[in-house]
Design a protein around this ligand. Structure first.
Ligand code: HEM
Length: 521
């Protein structure tokens, strides 16, 4: 058709439309037809979100998609709901949620590996991640994409090297663990219960403070007292985590006053971090190895400028999340799993005898932690079932097809749940839901695509070794001096809604000294 004839035909269509619509009755008919078309098109999906009826998933409602499903699921039951949805709809299911869009949840290791590793550049953290979590992660490594992420990762990786572990990091873990042991000793004498989760937070924060910022947060000085920094940090973490799940978090935050609490805690933590930076500027750094703060303060951006205070604050906050919460929570789930009533007593005994054999009464070192394979298995097995980052999302920035055959279009979100993957019998066999450290000691080590607790691909966790050495040091020192009994060994602790996986009510335990151990307290 020539351009002239195309114009003639489109103008006649236009004339026809004008004729039809000049009649009032026809306008309402046309409107009715249009509404019907929209209702049919978006019968399961949010208005404006590409329908994906070919992918299974919980039934949505016209125009609002799965909004009700999201609103009805309590924040502390989201992970169980994800397991249920995978069991009902298979490895891939989809939902559409107002203000979030299309979410495709995947569970097969091949699909997760495709998103996080093989097709890394087609998936970003995305704006939702950034906006909701801005008060806690700012522009730091956790929310950054592209070049901004790349240089932060390169710089931070400098502190995680074997020499630093040998010369300094491992010694800090041991001296902080000694403080934990002396507190546990006092509780063993008075027969009072101890909240292990709270104690682990103090241990990981003080250790990380020394290693990354050259200063202790002094939490273990008096473990009975909550430090204002830790309290503000926990509140902030809890209050922003709801934003991940609520499509209307801005409205909800404004209505409940959560936005004010978030702003106040964020300001408090920012001031704390700024004080650290200013002290370092005034006093300088005199240590043997540069710590994380010093590295960040000395570096320059692509434009050859030093980082601003805001950038330094963001980096401090990101590493506190990474260095404190994840490891402390994983340790608490490990102690729960090893001591609950249905746990085999052999697990603690194996851990104890490995510790005695490897350490022979000495303190742990970098080398000794490398030999404690049973302790590592206890820690990783706990992370398989209770991963510290239990769910996650990435936003697609370039159309591509998952190995399972599902196309993902630009703007859609892919979600995966390490919690659901860790409990999947297709991945781990019929005993997937059992706590069995032995599975790490026989046969091939599970690939990082199956065991995703530390992520995989270019953004894999930088602190995996750090966390593993830290956990093995503390676990082995604790079991070689004490035995533990859960206050409630029969009930599975509930988790609290958070970016990570804290137990909602901590982990109260009774502590007894092991009479065979010679460790002086
Ligand atoms: C049991 C302990 C830990 C677990 C389960 C864990 C898990 C993870 C996961 C799942 C991610 C990916 C998060 C995301 O991109 O959304 C991550 C990233 C990261 N982790 Fe860990 N982590 C642990 C401990 C640590 C520690 C102790 C440090 C530092 C001392 C650390 C430093 C980091 C950093 C810097 C990243 C960002 C990597 C990047 O985006 O390039 N982690 N970790």
């Amino acid at each position: 058709m020539t351009t002239l004839s195309k114009l003639a035909s489109s103008s006649s269509i236009l004339q026809l439309l004008v004729q039809i619509l000049s009649n009032r009755k026809n306008i309402s008919k046309a409107l009715g037809v249009y509404i019907l078309y929209i209702l049919i098109k978006y019968k399961r999906s949010v208005l404006g979100v590409r329908p994906r009826d070919e992918i299974p998933g919980p039934p949505g409602y016209p125009l609002i998609g799965n909004a009700l499903d999201v609103i009805k699921t309590p924040l502390d039951k989201v992970l169980q709901r994800q397991v249920y949805l995978h069991e009902t709809y298979g490895n891939t299911y989809t939902m559409s949620v107002p203000f979030v869009g299309r979410i495709i949840n995947v569970r097969s290791p091949a699909d997760v590996e495709h998103v996080l590793k093989h097709n890394f550049w087609a998936y970003e953290k995305g704006s939702r991640f950034k906006t909701g979590l801005m008060p806690i992660v700012g522009e730091g490594i956790f929310s950054a994409d592209g070049q901004h992420w790349k240089w932060q990762r390169k710089l931070a990786s400098l502190i995680f090297n074997v020499r630093a572990f040998r010369d300094y990091t491992s010694h800090v873990f041991v001296s902080e663990a000694d403080l934990v042991l002396s507190y546990l000793g006092s509780k063993a004498d008075t027969h009072e219960p101890v909240d292990l989760l709270s104690l682990f937070y103090k241990f990981t924060l003080d250790s990380f403070g020394h290693i990354a910022y050259g200063t202790s947060f002094d939490c273990l000085k008096n473990p009975e007292v909550e430090t204002p920094f830790a309290a503000a940090f926990d509140r902030l973490n809890h209050n922003v985590s709801g934003r991940f799940m609520s499509p209307i978090w801005q409205v909800k935050d404004w209505y409940t006053g959560n936005d004010k609490r978030v702003a106040a805690d964020s300001q408090f933590l920012k001031k704390f971090a700024l004080d650290l930076i200013h002290t370092r500027r005034t006093e300088g750094w005199h240590g043997k190895h540069k710590d994380l703060l010093q590295l960040f303060m000395e570096t320059t951006t692509d434009a050859d400028e030093h980082l601003t205070d805001d950038m330094l604050v963001d980096s401090i906050m990101n590493f506190v999340i990474a260095g404190r919460d994840t490891t402390a929570q994983a340790l608490s789930w490990a102690f729960y799993l090893m001591h609950r009533s249905k746990a085999s007593p052999e697990i603690v005994e194996n851990l104890h005898s490995e510790t005695e054999r490897v350490l022979q009464g000495d303190k742990p070192t970098y080398e000794s932690t490398k030999q404690q394979k049973y302790a590592e298995a206890c820690f990783y097995e706990a992370l398989r079932l209770y991963p510290s980052v239990p769910k996650n999302i990435k936003t697609c920035v370039e159309d591509n097809v998952l190995p399972s055959g599902t196309p993902v279009y630009k703007g859609e979100v892919v979600g995966w749940s390490s919690w659901a993957m860790g409990r999947d019998e297709q991945i781990w066999g019929p005993d997937a839901k059992d706590y069995n450290p032995e599975r790490w000691l026989t046969g091939e080590k599970p690939s990082s695509a199956k065991f995703v607790a530390f992520h995989l691909g270019p953004r894999t966790c930088l602190g995996q070794q750090f966390a593993t050495i830290e956990a093995i040091t503390l676990m082995s020192m604790m079991v070689s001096s004490f035995t533990f009994e859960l206050v409630d060994p029969d009930t599975e602790p509930e988790y609290m809604a958070s970016l990570t996986l804290p137990m909602a009510k901590g982990l109260p335990v009774y502590v007894k000294r092991r009479n065979t151990s010679a460790r002086a307290l």
